[in-house]
Design a binder for this molecule. Structure first.
Ligand SMILES: Cc1ncc(COP(=O)(O)OP(=O)(O)O)c(N)n1
Ligand SMILES: Cc1ncsc1CCOP(=O)(O)O
Ligand SMILES: [Mg+2]
Length: 574
């Protein structure tokens, strides 16, 4: 095996570059890669000055890569994480988890294998360490060739391997080092000898940008210190910080008596207590590896440290939630489905009724307006569809549950016969009761992630978002589209912050989901909305411009024709 690998022609190895497709939508790439601005220089992650002395800041290397890409006939680079860890044959943790987690977050992940474990959901049946010299060889292969942004470590089975890694990082500096001090598997099996403790404390931590111990690991690193409370976790974070890393995340997943997943982040000055909900599931194997890999992926994408930690935490929580009822293996600890988001979309690609183009003219009903004009909801919905509405939402704030379900059932008949989707505002229970096509929820309604788990993969879920962070969350939660507004002032929704066309643009550029604009939109300004011309913007949602008018059909036709004119101007991508 060794000889075979040694005889490989190194020229066969390729850098992680991909040709740019001329029709490639760079804004969506930047959004997928989590890069907030469109400037190539924004790919550069700047870090505080190194405390480890010998390391060259990675900016210079990254800048070189970006410049080369620009000069290199249209190649683009990808955020790149190298994981230095053990292989888990069951693929729930270790190298396999790291590759999947980074992939899910849009980072390329190369791998240096330190040990091969025979492992499943029952436990670890065997560990076979890779010789130090061969770990060094793998490190050189990757680091000398592929512009690695961030190195993440997992299982480092011996102090010798830790020393090899430190030497490689001195020779090939990277932008950030994430150290997950893996010592014991979730099944309780030892994955590193006691001598590795000194390797971490004396050699690796001083080079680390963040160290992410769980309670057991933090306690082992601190000579068996007892950790039972958040205040103990803060003391542990400070003591570990004194060993050299720039930041410490003590994970409290196993804190006795806690119903939350509370972690403590310490950056040397401030403590941040990060709260998360604890998911009740057997499928927790590999969560530590996944969290550290997600932090590494986010850093590689350019996020600042605390934001990287928070995004990683959100990802793990979503993955746990999506994976909670998966059955893989017969042991007590099953794996996560890291690719849950891909799978959610893939499973439903053929079956789901949602088409982003349906957002073009979105009619949102209002019982007060119908009362004012003496119309019943069914007639109002019928008229909006006759005029060209492409999707309908029943927003019945005053209706009692029984009347709401009755109205929804009647409107569904009309919508189904016209192939127009019907969504229910706020009320997941009503949507379920009448088997509507989906729901629209706001920031203070049921979280989209919960709505998705109740409604299943095939229903449409829209989420109101006013910021890029909310748009990112809506995507992570499995939503189908975003409603962004109020774009203009409106009296239809009280106390609603107006984001303006600029706010709409920010959300559209950050969003990976299609967006519909809402709030104060009418025939007078719908054209100006569509003309902001951003690829994710698919249409406008209106209440009063249809339902607070004498003739709904006429107003819908008028709006539709304005939208068609302005979107052909704006060359909307559909
Ligand atoms: C398409 C669309 N976008 C936004 C909203 C607003 O939802 P929300 O913020 O929950 O406010 P209410 O509509 O519930 O008052 C929407 N309904 N539809
Ligand atoms: C529900 C909602 N969400 C944001 S603004 C708004 C009201 C939109 O109503 P109108 O189209 O009458 O301004
Ligand atoms: Mg709502």
């Amino acid at each position: 095996m060794l000889e075979l690998l040694d005889s490989c022609d190194s020229r066969r190895f390729r850098a992680t570059k991909m040709p740019i497709n001329p029709s490639f939508d760079t804004s969506s790439f930047m959004a997928v890669a989590g890069v907030a601005t469109a400037s190539p220089s924004s790919l550069i992650y700047t870090r505080p000055s190194s405390r480890s002395g010998g390391r060259i800041p990675g900016n210079a290397r990254r800048t070189t890569a970006v410049v080369m890409a620009a000069e290199n006939g249209g190649w683009r680079t990808m955020p790149h994480v190298l994981t230095v860890a053990g292989s888990d044959s069951g693929a729930g943790a270790g190298i396999q988890a790291d590759i999947k987690a980074c992939g899910a977050l849009g980072a390329y992940c190369s791998s240096v294998i330190t040990a091969v474990t025979a492992q499943n959901t029952v436990g670890v049946q065997g560990v076979h360490s890779v010789p130090e010299a061969f770990v060094a060889k793998q490190l050189r292969s990757v680091l000398s060739d592929m512009a690695v942004d961030v190195v993440k470590t997992g299982m480092l089975p011996s102090v010798g391997i830790i020393k090899v890694l430190c030497r490689s990082l001195q020779e090939f500096p990277v932008k950030a080092l994430v150290v997950d001090p893996v010592m014991v598997s979730t099944s309780g099996d030892m994955l590193a000898g006691p001598s590795t403790l000194s390797g971490y404390r004396d050699e690796l931590f001083v080079m680390a940008d963040i160290v992410t111990p769980n309670l057991k690991e933090a306690s082992a690193l601190l000579g068996g210190m007892s950790l039972r409370t958040v205040s103990d976790m803060c003391s542990a974070a400070k003591s570990i910080h004194n060993l050299g890393p720039r930041n410490v995340l003590v994970k409290g997943g196993h804190l006795p008596g806690s119903s939350e997943a509370t972690d403590v982040f310490f950056d040397g000055e401030n403590y941040h207590v990060l709260h998360g909900s604890r998911v009740n599931t057997r499928n927790t194997h590999g969560t530590g590896c996944t969290l550290a890999s997600c932090i590494a992926a986010e850093l590689a994408k350019g996020s600042p440290m605390l934001q990287a930690v928070q995004r990683a935490k959100t990802f793990v929580e979503s993955a746990l939630d999506y994976s909670k009822d998966i059955l893989i293996g017969n042991g007590p600890q099953g794996p996560l489905d890291h690719l849950f988001d891909l799978n959610t979309h893939a499973h439903t690609a053929g079956a789901r009724s949602f088409d982003a183009n349906d957002l073009f003219l979105y009619a949102v009903t209002d019982s007060g307006m119908n009362r004012k004009w003496g119309r019943c909801i069914v007639d109002a919905v019928k008229a909006s569809i006759e005029g060209g509405a492409t999707i309908v939402q029943l927003r019945e704030k005053e209706a009692v549950t029984r009347d709401f379900i009755e109205a929804a059932n009647a409107c569904l008949e009309i919508c189904r016969s016209n192939r127009v989707p019907l969504l229910i505002n706020d009320r997941v229970d009503v949507a379920l009761a009448c088997d509507a096509d989906g729901v629209h929820v706001g920031q203070s309604d049921m979280p989209a992630r919960v709505a998705r788990s109740i409604l299943g993969p095939q229903k449409i879920i829209g989420v109101s978002c006013k910021t890029a962070a909310q748009a990112e969350q809506a995507w992570a939660d499995g939503a189908d589209y975003i409603g962004c507004g109020g774009v203009f002032p409106t009296t239809t929704k009280a106390n609603n912050l107006t984001v303006g066309l600029d706010g709409l643009k920010v959300v559209c550029l950050a969003s990976k989901l299609p967006v519909v604009a809402i709030g104060g939109i009418s025939a007078a300004n719908a054209g100006s909305v569509m003309e902001i011309s951003v690829p994710r913007l698919k249409g406008v949602a209106v209440v009063s411009a249809l339902f607070n008018r004498e003739c709904i059909v006429t107003e819908a036709r008028r709006l539709k024709s304005i939208l068609m004119d302005s979107s052909s101007h704006a060359k909307l991508s559909v």
